[in-house]
Design a protein around this ligand. Structure first.
Ligand code: 8YV
Length: 331
């Protein structure tokens, strides 16, 4: 007797090979035109589905989870961060939540390093000059940026991505400093020649670059508050490839406009995809580099994320614990 395939509802378009596999393995309901689903459409899907596969663009609230059907037993997120899902409510209702950690670590660390290079050396600004026909020739004091070698990088959140960033940053001659909920094992600190700062305030006051690489949780909401941002040095550059909500964006904008901080490289925003006009004006002025959440945007990375979703669903459907369960301790 063939086992009934689980009804798996996928909210966004996924890499082709992943969708093909899903059609083979599951009763897959895919989003071929990639038009984001409305809350009502997602709730409707949650009433019928055995498994929901959302992404960062889908807010899954407690209210939506309360309306889910009894069949819904797994929310298999396509992505590492789960701050868009009310995981506590899901777990309370006996719904397992999984994510896709690890497979996007190197790509996101690459993009973080790219933002450090781009913002310090004004690459985005410079790359516009020739296409816009504004180059009149070389000059000794024109388009000067900031040196990276020998400077201090403070990493906020020394998990997989923070450590992968540290490996890259060392190759560029940056001194590694970090703040984290707890100290990493001594062998990792030694390998990265990383200095631990128990006090985030004290670390912020001494860094040339500060990179946000921690998850967005209730505890890290506005971790870089107005008070903390003011501790950063005037020459410092802030990089964020984690989540916009970790930084008080309004205060960051005010400080950039007032030259109280020298620059920022942002891949995430507090109310993405809405980006404040004042921030866009700062980008046009060459003071900040803004990217549309491209941290893990590689063909390989997104395919690997899809593979992880499939593995999480298959192990769960086979009655086993999926490898990437999101646990309350992670929230
Ligand atoms: C994802 C990300 O692409 O994984 C994350 O947390 O921010 C991105 O890599 C996005 O979340 C897709 O849902």
């Amino acid at each position: 007797m063939t086992k009934k395939k689980p009804l798996v509802v996928v909210t966004r378009r996924l890499p082709e090979q992943i969708e093909t596999r899903m059609r083979e393995l599951f009763e897959a309901r895919l989003n071929v035109d990639d038009k984001p689903m409305t809350e009502a459409e997602i709730v409707e899907a949650m009433r019928e589905a055995d498994v929901l596969v959302p992404t960062i663009t889908d807010a899954i609230s407690a209210g939506m989870i309360a309306q889910a059907g009894d069949n819904l037993k797994l929310i298999a997120n396509f992505g590492n961060g789960v701050d868009h899902i009310d995981v506590t409510s899901a777990l309370r209702r006996g719904v397992t939540v999984t994510n896709t950690p690890g497979v996007l670590t190197e790509d996101t660390a690459d993009m973080t390093m790219a933002l450090i290079l781009s913002t310090a050396r004004r690459i985005a600004e410079g790359a516009r000059i020739i296409p816009e026909g504004r180059w009149t020739g070389w000059s000794p004091t024109w388009m000067l940026g900031r040196r990276i070698t020998g400077k201090r990088l403070g990493i906020v959140g020394m998990g997989r991505i923070g450590q992968a960033l540290a490996r890259r940053a060392r190759a560029f001659g940056l001194a590694i400093h970090y703040h984290n909920r707890k100290r990493v094992p001594p062998e990792i600190e030694e390998a990265l020649e990383a200095t631990y700062w128990e006090s985030l305030d004290q670390m912020l006051a001494r860094m040339d670059f500060v990179s946000i690489n921690c998850p967005h949780t209730p505890a890290t909401y506005h971790l870089l508050s107005a008070r903390r941002l003011k501790m950063m040095r005037r020459e410092a550059i802030l990089i964020n490839t984690a989540r916009g909500e970790i930084v008080d964006e309004n205060e960051l904008i005010r400080m950039l406009e007032a030259d109280e901080i020298s620059g920022a490289g942002l891949d995430v925003f507090e109310n993405a995809p809405a980006v404040p006009e004042r921030l866009v004006a700062l980008a046009n002025a060459g003071k900040v580099t803004l990217l549309p959440h491209m941290g893990s945007a590689t063909h390989e990375g997104r395919a690997d994320m899809g593979e992880k979703v499939i593995i999480n669903i298959r192990t769960f459907v086979d009655g086993h614990r999926p490898p990437d369960r999101v646990l309350p301790s992670m929230l």
